[in-house]
Design a protein around this ligand. Structure first.
Ligand SMILES: C[S@@+](CC[C@H](N)C(=O)[O-])C[C@H]1O[C@@H](n2cnc3c(N)ncnc32)[C@H](O)[C@@H]1O
Length: 200
């Protein structure tokens, strides 16, 4: 699709008298990937509006080797309007897959697994691992707590030992083919949607 045809052009007629609107977008048009109700709004106004309705679901991803899945997980987390996305390990991650959605949600960094575990304990939030480890409980049919943290591992090692040990439960997504696992971004999308089906 021609990128210029995405979104809307300059605001037709008299500009609205409302400081949620961005004068530059009103003047030039809004070609961002935002839902129609946020057309011409500033990023700050969109974040403030999303903050009113964020779900009490947190998503954490371990990032020991700069996992390329994180951008995609952030994008899905934005679509689900989660409370926050937590990156554990390396602070740096490839933002391309996020398609700018990281600007609209709350990102938090934890240098170590212990930091994530301590933060969740302080917030009284259970950690729910998502991995196909031995002893994992099927996600399908599992009653997810409303307030919780879904923790994803990364390509290769999966969930680290300290995080596994801190999780109330580890949930597996059913697979029927020959591959050992699906990618972490796909697993994250399935797990977030399972929460949405039960609570949103
Ligand atoms: C590619 S997997 C790696 C590890 C995996 N335990 C293995 O045996 O190969 C990376 C991450 O994706 C998620 N994942 C992939 N497949 C999954 C499944 N079937 N069930 C739950 N999580 C899965 C988990 O968060 C996992 O830590």
């Amino acid at each position: 699709m021609d990128p210029v045809s995405v979104g809307v052009g300059p605001w037709p007629g008299t500009w609205p008298d409302d400081d949620r609107y961005d004068p530059e977008l009103l003047r030039d048009g809004d070609r961002r990937n935002v839902v129609d109700r946020y057309r011409y709004w500033t990023v700050e106004a969109i974040v403030a509006d999303l903050d009113r309705t964020r779900h009490p679901l947190h998503v954490a991803i371990e990032n020991w080797h700069s996992d390329l899945n994180i951008g995609s997980i952030v994008r899905t987390a934005n679509a689900c309007n989660v409370a926050a996305v937590h990156v554990v390990g390396n602070r740096r991650w490839n933002r391309r897959g996020a398609m700018v959605t990281d600007r609209y949600l709350h990102l938090r960094h934890h240098a170590t697994s212990d930091d994530l575990v301590a933060w969740a304990a302080a917030e009284a939030l259970p950690l729910l691992g998502v991995d196909n480890l031995p002893g994992a409980v099927p996600l399908e049919g599992f009653a997810l707590p409303r307030d919780c943290v879904l923790v994803l591992g990364q390509e290769g090692p999966g969930l680290s030992d300290p995080v596994r040990a801190a999780c109330d439960v580890v949930l597996s997504i059913a697979q029927f083919g020959s591959t050992r696992s699906i990618n972490a971004a796909a697993a994250g999308a399935i797990a977030m949607h399972a929460w949405i089906v039960q609570h949103a």
